[in-house]
Design a protein around this ligand. Structure first.
Ligand SMILES: Cc1cc2nc3c(=O)[nH]c(=O)nc-3n(C[C@H](O)[C@H](O)[C@H](O)COP(=O)(O)OP(=O)(O)OC[C@H]3O[C@@H](n4cnc5c(N)ncnc54)[C@H](O)[C@@H]3O)c2cc1C
Length: 330
């Protein structure tokens, strides 16, 4: 089915936090905009991987839960006319004259500019390298904390040593009976602030160990962990294991697209204001790559208005650009 009546000014591909904010900002510019998201919900990594985590580095929010941030972004997006299409995966983008044909699993549409905000594309957790781990998945073994209530008064072992693992351990500490944090190194690789919080908490570090075996023990899991660079082993019984070894992302979210801006390792080279090497194709958020790029929500929030304004200047060169959303009159 082809949506012929409408040619969008801007199509935003990806409804993570960056795409959502870009969708709102494009609405402020009165751009005819659609946000296409392949999942059944908005919010990208925040909604799918860490809805319960408390985020500390969003300007204006001393702290905010992932789920709450997504809800605020949704409310903000609803204040403008931007269309949101869920369960809509972009499968191809073709150049048709000066415009783009966006081909999705739900049909196609035309757009004057596109902003690619596909983040890390489809991603899957890096799994625990233990033969029978799948037997425990969903009952005692988890790769993210979706329902904090499940862990109330339980004994939980978090495996991993980065920021996300520490955040999860601290979050679980608020409800669990006991939390262990198992890492294969002696030191944790996380923000100094998180490590300080960990040291002040009741989370018990188990280092330097690596999980080598899991066994059922009644309702619990018996973990065998091997000490690094040694033959020493330790066993411990816990109710749940939460593994945070990071995520494996799809190599190229744009695979098979006719319009394929330059980039490498699944990222798109971004110039100033999110410009790519293809005219009227912009990129923002985790997928956009340039020197000094930090893959953070705040970074994406900064990139979004720049790309929207650059897109609008390019497709409507005679329109006056914005200064800010409200203006002060003397
Ligand atoms: C565990 C963890 C904790 C984190 N904690 C923090 C933190 O505390 N603070 C912080 O600033 N950052 C944090 N981050 C990083 C932050 O989540 C990312 O920087 C942010 O999500 C990037 O947003 P995005 O919109 O660019 O991409 P994403 O959130 O990845 O969203 C991209 C969206 O595009 C969709 N998509 C992909 N391909 C297509 C397609 N072809 N068609 C349609 N839709 C498509 C995806 O389904 C997804 O919903 C954390 C990340 C992780 C994994």
């Amino acid at each position: 089915m082809m949506d012929n009546d409408k040619i969008y000014d801007i199509t935003i591909i990806g409804g993570g936090p960056t795409g959502m904010f870009a969708g709102f900002y494009a609405g402020l510019r009165n751009a005819k905009t659609q946000v296409l998201e392949s999942l059944s919900e908005l919010g990208g990594q925040v909604a799918t991987l860490y809805p319960e985590k408390t985020i500390l580095d969003i300007g204006g929010y001393p702290q905010i839960k992932g789920r709450e941030l997504v809800s605020q972004l949704e409310q903000q997006l609803q204040t403008v006319d931007t269309e949101v299409k869920l369960n809509t995966t972009v499968q191809n983008v073709k150049q048709v004259g000066d415009e783009f044909k966006i081909v999705t699993n739900q049909g196609s549409s035309m757009s004057k500019a596109i902003i690619i905000a596909t983040g890390v594309g489809a991603f899957n957790p890096r799994k625990l390298a233990v033969d029978n781990s799948e037997e425990f998945e969903g009952t005692n073994l988890f790769y993210s904390v979706k329902d904090l209530g499940h862990f109330t008064d339980r004994t939980v072992l978090v495996a991993g040593g980065g920021d996300a693992a520490i955040d999860e351990a601290l979050l679980l500490e608020s409800v669990a009976k006991q939390v262990y944090l198992l890492h294969r190194r002696d030191k944790f690789r996380a923000m100094e602030h998180s490590v300080d919080l960990l040291e002040q908490s009741k989370v018990e570090p188990v280092t330097p160990y690596l999980i080598s075996q899991l066994d059922h023990d009644g309702q619990q899991v018996k973990i065998t962990a091997k000490k690094m660079k040694s033959d020493e082993e330790k066993t411990m019984n816990v109710d749940d294991i939460v593994v945070n070894y990071g995520f494996i992302a799809q190599d190229d979210a744009l695979a098979g697209w006719d319009v394929h801006p330059e980039g490498s390792r699944g990222k798109i080279n971004s110039g100033i204001s999110g410009k790519t090497n293809v005219k009227n194709v912009f990129t923002i958020g985790d997928v956009a790559d340039y020197d000094t790029k930090q893959a953070l929500i705040a970074t994406g929030f900064g990139e979004a208005p720049q790309a929207v304004n650059a897109a609008m200047s390019s497709i409507y060169p005679d329109r006056r650009g914005p200064v800010h959303s409200t203006s002060m009159k003397r």
